[in-house]
Design a protein around this ligand. Structure first.
Ligand code: GDP
Length: 446
């Protein structure tokens, strides 16, 4: 992710300047130039960069700094505050209310990630107790309804669309009316895009807006859009007056600065960022946390929310461990918990200082997640009796391993490795369980 490189360059420049024992004006200026260069390379608009540079210079006011002042702190704070300002338009974004039908309409160019993000957002609200659903008003792109249907079915979200109706405003109205009647609380309308901004698209957006009168319109912007982001966002703002932005594909190789500039150009807040193709890859956007993470300072509130949302399956395993047991099913549950956490590098970015550690940046998420998936497939090819066992039955009857390997499409060696891992953990559980029991006994004796 190139945004990470930007963060590394900025924090590197800050570190170099503030590390010097006699931090002089020359070092301060060199730092400002390095930060500006990094932002420009990441496609942040030149006017914004120049404004940021002037603001930091004015705030720090190096020439008139009293000798006793902590220059390092002052500079760090000024850089942090200006970066936050860059992504924070100070505009309140819409929040859906419980017990009411909140209609949210998505707009953006084709391929920006609207359909994918619609489902992610519906799932996000569903997980927070809202009755959420999806309406496909994209009658322009063949296959759009099918794509939405597939995503919605996978995420168990009710949807509405039509394979025959060609008027998008009509489909949108029918869907919204139906779901309003059924008392859905978050109704998300996906609209069609075009490869370029064109008048037909803008007319269509306005017709749909008139038909469904959304409570919020969200523009979806691809992080890789670069310098055109500002003009595109302005044109969409004029036509559809959106009140929030979602930036997608921040996990890719995009520099991301163009999309950030779009925020400033339209005075519209970013509400979420897409961080991958998976349903859970949607992070709430908070300016201060974003800058903290960008500079490698971590995002503890984000980490906390992420772990809480995972609804980890731990109770059974914890109970087993206190009894000194660790079955193959326990191993499977723990593997699936790790999968739910998302890419390991994403977790690392949320822990202060972790993302700057050598080796972290090059961690291969794809390889580790493919390995975890294979381990889960192995468990899923076992019978309930095998899953709830301590694994000994595989040693007594080795043909079981061959059967499971065939069923899960892996080698017998991989099944053996998984069983070895489970045995190691069972050994640890036995020791821990024993000491837990002793502790409980000691407590009872007191
Ligand atoms: P639409 O034409 O705007 O509806 O775009 P789609 O939802 O069809 O998305 C276009 C492509 O972008 C699809 O292949 C999605 O899987 C992919 N995509 C969407 N959001 C993200 C994201 O946050 N990260 C990554 N890596 N891919 C994404």
């Amino acid at each position: 992710m190139v945004l990470q490189d930007l963060g590394r360059r900025i924090s590197g420049a800050l570190h170099n300047a503030t590390r010097a024992p006699d931090l002089d004006e020359k070092a301060f200026k060199a730092m400002l130039n390095e930060i500006s260069g990094a932002l420009l390379e990441a496609d942040v608009n030149v006017r914004l960069v120049s404004r940021l540079k002037n603001s930091i210079s004015t705030t720090v006011n190096f020439k008139e700094l009293p000798p006793a002042v902590n220059k390092k702190r002052l500079i760090q704070k000024a850089v942090f505050d200006e970066l936050v300002k860059l992504v924070d338009p100070h505009a309140e974004s819409f929040k859906p209310k419980k017990g009411k039908s909140n209609v949210i309409m998505f707009v953006g160019l084709q391929g920006a990630g609207k359909t994918t993000t619609c489902t992610k957002l519906a799932r996000h609200y569903q997980a927070r107790g809202f009755r959420a659903c999806l309406v496909c008003a994209d009658t322009f792109r063949a296959g759009a309804f099918d794509q939405l249907k597939q995503n919605a079915t996978k995420a168990k979200i009710p949807y509405y669309g039509s394979l025959t109706e060609t008027d998008p405003a009509k489909v949108a109205k029918e869907g919204v009316d139906k779901f309003k009647k059924e008392r859905f609380e978050v109704i998300i309308v996906d609209t069609s895009g075009r490869h370029r901004q064109e008048s037909a698209l803008f007319q269509e957006m306005q017709d749909i807006q008139k038909a469904v009168t959304p409570d919020e319109t969200i523009m979806v912007l691809d992080a890789s859009i670069g310098q055109q982001a500002e003009a595109q966002a302005k044109a969409f703002k004029e036509a559809a007056d959106f009140g929030a932005i979602i930036i997608t594909k921040t996990d890719g190789h995009a520099s991301g600065g163009g999309a950030i500039s779009a925020v400033a150009a339209t005075h519209t807040p970013i509400v979420f960022i897409g961080t991958g193709e998976h349903m859970l890859d949607l992070d709430r956007f908070a300016p201060q946390q974003f800058v903290n993470k960008l500079l490698g300072m971590g995002d503890i509130p984000g980490l906390f929310e992420h772990v809480q949302n995972l609804k980890l399956n731990q109770e059974g395993t914890i109970k087993h461990i206190t009894e000194g047991i660790f079955t193959i099913r326990d191993l499977r549950d723990q593997l699936s918990n790790i999968m739910k956490m998302g890419p390991l590098s994403k977790m690392a970015g949320m822990i202060p200082g972790m993302s700057n550690l050598p080796g972290m940046a090059g961690m291969d998420d794809e390889e580790s997640s493919a390995r975890l998936k294979r381990m889960i497939y192995i468990c899923d090819s076992m019978t309930d009796k095998e899953l709830d066992s301590d694994g000994k039955m595989f040693m007594d009857q080795r043909t079981r391993m061959t059967r499971v390997a065939c069923g899960s499409g892996v080698s017998v060696r991989e099944v053996e490795d998984l069983l070895t891992q489970q045995r190691m953990m069972a050994g640890m559980a036995k020791k821990m369980g024993g000491s837990m029991k002793n502790m409980q006994k000691a407590q009872q004796a007191l």
